[in-house]
Design a binder for this molecule. Structure first.
Ligand SMILES: Nc1nc2c(c(=O)[nH]1)N[C@H]1C(S)=C(S)[C@@H](COP(=O)(O)O)O[C@H]1N2
Ligand SMILES: [Mo]
Length: 207
């Protein structure tokens, strides 16, 4: 008979072999909560999502307006840099690429800086954000996000370590230059591809 631990190791080997579990990651069936600082309050009467930077005109949405935007549902694997991966997570929200149709980018827009409550930021190249699986997610598993997982709105970028998937999202800045975010300035890798194990910034010129 397989114990839970044995069956998990067995699953992990199968998933590694299938190219689905990145190097150095272990599978979890739980949904760990990870963030720096407190969980922010949410007031639907004052909440806005703001788009700014390299756009033709700044724009913002109230919660009532934002939830009118058509949504898609995706199922994807997520990978936290602390070593856990969770498979087949299901998220719903406007697809980032479709959301871009609601305003006009300047040709100088090459990076997206996600701005969350309390000044948390995460940076991503615009090109990566155009993938099918990048969402402005407000539902998980068919239900509104829970406060600890980013209620009311978070970014979901499955192909990067999950620190770039900013919870409690309040703004999207389009930038000509890259601007390392909160964890990136703290020493995490700027790109953060789990399959390349881009966990921490290579330290140049250090003994
Ligand atoms: N605003 C904010 N978003 C954040 C973080 C954070 O510290 N602040 N941590 C990130 C990290 S490191 C991870 S792994 C995921 C965790 O998401 P979860 O708590 O829903 O599992 O959120 C990311 N989004
Ligand atoms: Mo993380």
């Amino acid at each position: 008979m397989l114990t839970d631990a044995m069956s998990r190791r067995n699953d992990e080997q199968i998933m590694k072999d299938a190219g689905r579990l990145p190097p150095g990651q272990a599978l979890t069936r739980k949904f760990p909560v990870l963030h720096y600082g407190p969980i922010p309050p949410f007031d639907p009467a004052t909440w806005t999502l703001r788009v700014f930077g390299e756009v033709e005109a700044e724009k913002q949405w109230t919660w009532a307006e934002f939830t009118q935007i058509p949504t898609v549902t995706i199922t994807a694997d997520i990978h936290c840099v602390t070593g856990w991966s969770k498979f087949d997570t299901t998220w719903e929200g406007p697809r980032f690429r479709d959301f871009l149709q609601l305003f006009t980018l300047k040709p100088t827009a090459h990076y997206v800086i996600a701005h969350a409550e309390y000044g948390f930021t995460a940076n991503l190249p615009l090109e990566i954000m155009l993938d099918d699986d990048v969402l402005l997610a407000w539902k998980y598993d068919g239900q509104p996000l829970t406060p600890e997982h980013g209620y009311p709105l978070r970014l979901v970028v499955p192909k990067r370590y999950f620190w770039k998937s900013a919870k409690w999202l309040r703004g999207l800045e389009f930038s000509a230059e890259d601007k390392p975010g909160f964890w990136e300035r703290a020493g995490y890798h700027n790109n953060g591809d789990p399959f390349k194990e881009e966990r921490t910034q290579p330290r140049v010129g250090r003994l």
